[in-house]
Write a new protein. Structure first.
Length: 225
């Protein structure tokens, strides 16, 4: 796929046996590389680690999407405890799955945002400090077609979102909703648009890159100055 319009494809909330494996099959058939932001609880379920290892071995990037996907860092009563439970606890598992080549060892983190709402519940000052000190690259998004809520109709919304931006970071979910049955149709739609599938992320969606804060996070951080 080539063209001026860029698309970075990401998958959240897996790995899910019976779903992630089929997603990987489709991506291989279309020769597309993506980033899988995995949840620690899913990674530690039977079959989860094997799927993540397969994704990494097939050239996909693996990112950290919290340990439980239940606690917003900016809404925690004890921000330091939340960082320890939701980020630090799963670090060794994610680090062991780090990519190769240019991205080897790069720590990718995507926060839990409860339905994808980017507001001040996303981060706490403690979380931002931790991500900076531990050299994380924090990856947000600009195209969220809500595939989990509209498993048969999300493709049109996703393609419309891609059409509205020069570089779309698309969030899909390798979960048991049935939505990923429509992944081939989405990839065919991107091909028809001459979209270029890439694995990097635009600065607009990366407020922290390898520990260096690139833009203000005050609108996403509870208690920020």
């Amino acid at each position: 796929m080539s063209g001026n319009r860029r698309v970075t494809l990401t998958f959240d909330n897996g790995p899910t046996p019976g779903v992630t494996d089929r997603v990987l099959d489709v991506l291989a058939q279309h020769r597309v590389t993506a980033t899988f932001f995995v949840v620690g609880a899913q990674l530690r379920r039977p079959g989860g680690l094997d799927l993540a290892k397969r994704a990494a071995s097939e050239g996909h990037r693996i990112g950290h999407h919290t340990a439980t996907h239940t606690l917003q860092l900016g809404a925690a009563d004890d921000p330091d405890a939340a960082v320890a439970a939701e980020i630090t606890a799963i670090e060794p598992d994610i680090d062991a799955l780090a990519g190769t080549g240019e991205t080897e060892g790069e720590r990718l983190f995507r926060p839990y945002a409860a339905g994808g709402v980017l507001d001040q519940r996303v981060f706490s000052p403690a979380a931002v400090r931790y991500l900076r000190e531990h050299r994380y690259t924090c990856v947000l998004w600009n195209t969220l077609p809500h595939d989990w809520a509209n498993p048969m109709g999300w493709v049109g919304d996703a393609l419309a979102g891609v059409a509205r931006t020069d570089w779309a970071v698309v969030v899909l979910h390798d979960m048991e909703t049935g939505a990923m049955a429509r992944l081939p149709a989405f990839l065919d739609g991107l091909a028809a648009m001459n979209a270029e599938l890439v694995t990097d992320f635009p600065d607009a969606c990366v407020p922290i890159r390898q520990g260096r804060q690139q833009s203000s996070l005050s609108h996403l951080t509870n208690g920020a100055d």
